[in-house]
Design a protein. Structure first.
Length: 225
């Protein structure tokens, strides 16, 4: 479903449990994120939220994609951009700042989209379009954003083999209708499923504590066969 750009009643919850941070690969943007001082940081389950707040961590694949977009503005300028599993919304916000024709952030978590609206406001940017549904596997004709999508981004979606296979098959369908696709990931083992279909186009060192498992993160272009 297409949702309002207003953060609504989640706004206070987000602000009370996160901090506006700028220390990541994307110093140009301030984002509502957690750190060691945040109330949610050490909790296995967050009360009052239906889904765990994965959006409150800026995962390394998302960092890589946003850095890549900001270093290559023509990739999004004047184009319709779709970020699937958008989390904190950084890529959609960056695409909006770089004069995309339209930027759409998609996540299955309504709170992630509320955080995106707050992050856009924090950066003085018009909020991207917000779509709350599981798009992966859906046929393009069934979903409004695909009617005009030029370029699609997926960050940190290859966290296990089953999900990676599902995402890979779906990317193949979208590439067949001309969607340009980029994937961000620090090298999780789920990438093995797609290694023959991905061209590495950028790599960045990681220095923040949220990504201590990895030392670098990369961007891959999906190759249509």
């Amino acid at each position: 479903a297409v949702v309002s750009t207003q953060s609504g009643h989640y706004g206070r919850v987000i602000k009370d449990n996160t901090k506006a941070k700028t220390k990541y690969l994307i110093p140009e943007l301030r984002l509502h994120l957690i750190d060691e001082t945040s109330p949610w940081y050490y909790k296995a389950k967050v009360e009052h939220l239906q889904l765990d707040p994965f959006w409150s961590v800026y995962w390394p694949g998302g960092q890589a994609l946003t850095r890549f977009v900001m270093d290559n503005p023509p990739l999004v300028r004047g184009r319709t951009v779709l970020d699937v599993g958008s989390g904190c919304g950084a890529l959609g916000i960056a695409a909006t700042q770089l004069q995309s024709k339209r930027a759409i952030c998609n996540d299955i978590d309504m709170v992630a989209l509320a955080a995106t609206a707050l992050n856009a406001q924090l950066n003085g940017t018009v909020c991207p379009g917000l779509v709350c549904m599981d798009l992966i596997g859906r046929e393009p004709v069934q979903v409004l954003p695909f009617n005009e999508t030029d370029v699609m981004f997926l960050g940190d979606m290859f966290y296990d083999e089953d999900t990676a296979t599902r995402v890979l098959n779906w990317c193949q369908e979208l590439a067949q209708i001309g969607v340009e696709i980029y994937i961000g990931d620090p090298g999780r083992w789920g990438l093995e499923v797609a290694k023959n279909r991905l061209l590495q186009v950028a790599s960045y060192p990681l220095q923040d504590t949220d990504s201590s498992e990895f030392t670098s993160t990369s961007v891959y272009q999906f190759l249509f066969s």
